[in-house]
Design a protein around this ligand. Structure first.
Ligand SMILES: N[C@@H](CCC(=O)N[C@@H](CS)C(=O)NCC(=O)O)C(=O)O
Length: 292
């Protein structure tokens, strides 16, 4: 190891708002809103407040899959939350998600509005509401939910651990990168072994477990995350690649990835979605480059 630890933690931790990290301008050690900001509301019962990060993409893919299955009740307005600008700390957003993180969903279809936060919880809520993409038979349901919760517990090692220290931290810390690269490769191997035996994570059918996992681990093996494909030698995970490529071709996945996207080629971005026709009528010329 080439890194030497020169930092001795003080007796009491204090907040350094200028830590140099990519998210230093928005991170702080307390919760709650920083400013008044009423959330917009569109015409559909489902109102999504999000951004096309892997956690955000899970929900837009789910909604597009539901629409593709013919559930018109899954029509939704997707509003852009620009996390680098601090929209997640606006009072309206915090009422929907006290944890101030995208994605967050409001369902106005019932007699009382329902708020749902945490991407895994949103996927389960929608799967149960429409009765699809989550098996009802107990053993199949347990397998699907096991993989869904595996994803929710594992992805922070990939995003908050590996991604943060490999791509975002102001200094490259060998110990941290080694620690999380090892864990992410182990997680990829878990998936690879499962997908060697099974077409999808829950079994023979595509479910919310795949929808949750694909934007993270699928994105990683397809070279869409952290420019880390070579570093992690993702080509070794052939079964994950087979699964990731198959899911990437689904029309609902192609559409879902575009919604609330402000990065990458303009042709891949649909900043807000209020109608199924938005995908067809959007033009590159209408779009101004935006940042998250
Ligand atoms: N466990 C949460 C994680 C959500 C999350 O980390 N969202 C990030 C973007 S991927 C965010 O909103 N970050 C803004 C911030 O940390 O202030 C979920 O799955 O919904």
């Amino acid at each position: 190891m080439s890194d030497l630890n020169t930092y001795t933690p003080p007796k009491v931790w204090t907040f350094d708002s200028e830590n140099g990290g990519k998210f230093a301008n928005i991170n702080r050690p307390v919760a709650g809103s920083t400013h008044e900001q009423v959330l917009p509301r569109g015409k559909h019962p489902l109102q999504l407040y999000s951004l096309a990060t892997p956690n955000g993409v899970k929900v837009t893919v789910m909604l597009e899959e539901l629409l593709a299955l013919g559930f018109s009740g899954a029509e939704y307005d997707a509003w852009l939350i620009r996390i680098q600008k601090g929209d997640q700390f606006g009072s309206g957003f915090v009422e929907v998600n006290p944890n101030s993180k995208i994605p967050a969903l409001m369902d106005y279809s019932g007699s009382k509005p329902v708020r749902v936060f945490e991407s895994g919880s949103i996927l389960m809520y929608l799967a149960e509401k429409f009765g699809v993409l989550l098996p009802t038979e107990p053993a199949a349901r347990a397998e699907c939910l096991s993989w869904l919760f595996w994803q929710m517990g594992s992805a922070p090692y990939l995003g908050g651990g590996f991604g943060h220290f490999y791509a975002y931290a102001p200094t490259k810390i060998e110990y941290a990168i080694n620690r999380f690269a090892m864990e992410v490769k182990r997680e990829l191997d878990v998936l690879n072994q499962r997908l060697a035996d099974s077409p999808y994570l829950g079994g023979d059918e595509y479910t919310i477990a795949d929808i949750a996992t694909w934007p993270w681990y699928g994105g990683l093996v397809l070279g869409q995350l952290y420019e880390a494909a070579e570093f992690l030698q993702v080509h070794e995970y052939t079964h994950v690649l087979r699964w990731a490529n198959a899911i990437a071709k689904r029309p609902a996945v192609i559409r879902g990835r575009m919604v609330n996207r402000v990065m990458g080629p303009l042709a891949s971005q649909l900043h807000e979605r209020h109608d199924a026709g938005d995908f067809a009528t959007r033009t590159q010329d209408k779009l101004e480059p935006l940042s998250a």
